[in-house]
Design a protein around this ligand. Structure first.
Ligand code: ADP
Length: 198
């Protein structure tokens, strides 16, 4: 399976999402994370710790033949053509966005090109969603679905454990934090195919 993670803005948990989907799939079958991001966040993350899966630079992508699953972290702000290509080469294009106004504006400006993509080829993941009683997540979801965009039912909450995960270069379940377990369990085991189950 090839999963691409792309976003229209930086700082929306793109690399964090790619890392955790890869960590989950590695538990099922050999998985490689291809770092195509310009600032090489995934490779930097891997160099800080001990990732449970292989992380390679995009120029080494011939190595992906050895793996069952490939997760590709891409540069933020793809142009229209890049986006179409990413959706075409992957089984699923995940587009993370935070629920704040800037990130939503960036998403909503892309409605035109997204509507040209094949149905089911991409889906938006709400990330770093502030906890109740904030209504930011609910409002963002309404704005996106109102614009006709597909949004995963599942969303990633804002949790300090993810920042520690980045700092130590380990998946969130290995972080020494009281909420690390919930942060991992939040996403129904980070299996994108289950993110729409009730
Ligand atoms: P991007 O790849 O979109 O630039 P990153 O995955 O690098 O985003 O995340 C940006 C910052 O937000 C990092 O400091 C990361 O640790 C933090 N972060 C990511 N996801 C969460 C979350 N669910 N809760 C809290 N902080 C998060």
């Amino acid at each position: 399976m090839i999963i691409v993670v792309g976003s229209f803005k930086g700082g929306v948990s793109k690399t964090t999402t790619a890392i955790h989907v890869a960590a989950y799939l590695q538990q099922k079958a050999p998985t490689v994370l291809v770092d195509g991001d310009l600032n090489q966040s995934a490779l930097n993350w891997a160099s800080r710790g001990k990732p449970p899966f292989k992380v390679i630079h995009k120029d080494e992508s011939s190595a992906i033949a050895d793996f069952e699953h490939t997760i590709i972290d891409t540069p933020a702000r793809p142009d229209d053509e890049d986006l179409k290509q990413l959706a075409a080469v992957s089984d699923l294009l995940i587009i993370p966005t935070t629920p704040d106004a800037f990130a939503l504006d960036a998403m909503l400006q892309t409605v035109g090109v997204l509507s040209e993509l094949e149905e089911g080829s991409y889906k938006i993941l709400l990330t770093i969603v502030p906890p109740y009683p904030s209504k930011e997540g609910v409002k963002a979801r309404a704005a996106l679905t109102g614009a006709g965009l597909p949004v995963f039912k599942t969303e990633i909450g804002r949790k300090a454990a993810f920042q520690k995960s980045a700092f130590f270069g380990v998946p969130v379940y290995e972080v020494d934090d009281p909420r690390a377990g919930t942060a991992w369990a939040d996403l129904k085991h980070w299996e994108p195919r289950s993110w729409d189950d009730g």
